[in-house]
Design a protein around this ligand. Structure first.
Ligand SMILES: Cc1ncc(CN)c(N)n1
Length: 223
């Protein structure tokens, strides 16, 4: 069995909990409170500033030129296309770009990005991949799940659904999954277990991120 198939089989309950989170469900129904979406969008922008660096780490740790180039493409897509969507939303909400960029990360945002970056910096390409993959892969699946829901026609949420179900995003996600399968073929059970733990942690962070956005979880208001 390919390692990617093993991951989704082993982690099915968490994986599906992400798909069924109320934030995602209400996005699909088009009933999500706009204030929750705004809070999410700002936090997601701050998240992506650091997440994009994982692709730079992928390029550093790549052992061939084609892989290095693809990570450069992923970095560029994140900074320009994906974050471009957030900048367009911010404009619509009257949020200045500087405000977006300098927003204070919540405890969950900070912990999630710090975890990924620390795993990515200390490990090889395999660890970079399992750290970053739940983010891409779960959003691509959610994008496809939402393609035929009212959310895909919603005046505000349709662009979000279109971004993550898009062919380009799907093909970059599939490339990343295939690379993981390629470089994990032949690894020992102990190595695969360690990689599964990292993938599990970032999958759980995805859940925490939806929860943080849905419940507006921020730092305590103590001066
Ligand atoms: C928290 C989070 N996870 C995943 C994605 C998709 N790149 C995102 N924008 N934000």
């Amino acid at each position: 069995m390919k390692f990617s198939q093993r991951l989704v089989t082993e982690l099915k309950p968490i994986w599906e909990a992400n798909h069924h989170h109320p934030f995602v469900q209400e996005l699909a129904d088009g009933t999500l409170d706009i204030e929750k979406f705004k809070f999410y969008m700002v936090q997601d922008y701050v998240y992506l500033i650091d997440y994009a660096k994982l692709f730079a780490l992928g390029a550093i740790k790549a052992t061939d030129l084609a892989v290095e180039g693809k990570f450069a493409e992923l970095l560029s897509e994140t900074l320009n296309t994906e974050m471009g969507l957030h900048r367009a939303y911010a404009k619509e909400f009257g949020i200045e770009e500087a405000e977006l960029e300098n927003a204070n990360p919540t405890p969950v945002t900070l912990s999630y990005t710090n975890y990924m970056l620390s795993v990515g910096q200390s490990g090889g390409l395999d660890k970079v991949l399992v750290a970053l993959l739940p983010c891409m892969w779960s959003y691509n699946q959610i994008g496809h799940l939402l393609k035929d829901t009212p959310g895909a026609k919603h005046p505000l949420y349709s662009n979000w659904v279109a971004m993550y179900s898009d062919d380009e995003y799907t093909s970059l996600t599939n490339w990343t999954i295939d690379l993981l399968d390629e470089i994990t073929a032949g690894k020992s059970e102990a190595e695969l277990k360690e990689l599964t733990e990292i993938f599990k942690n970032t999958t759980r962070y995805e859940y925490l991120f939806w929860d943080m956005a849905y419940n507006h979880q921020d730092w305590p208001k103590i001066k």
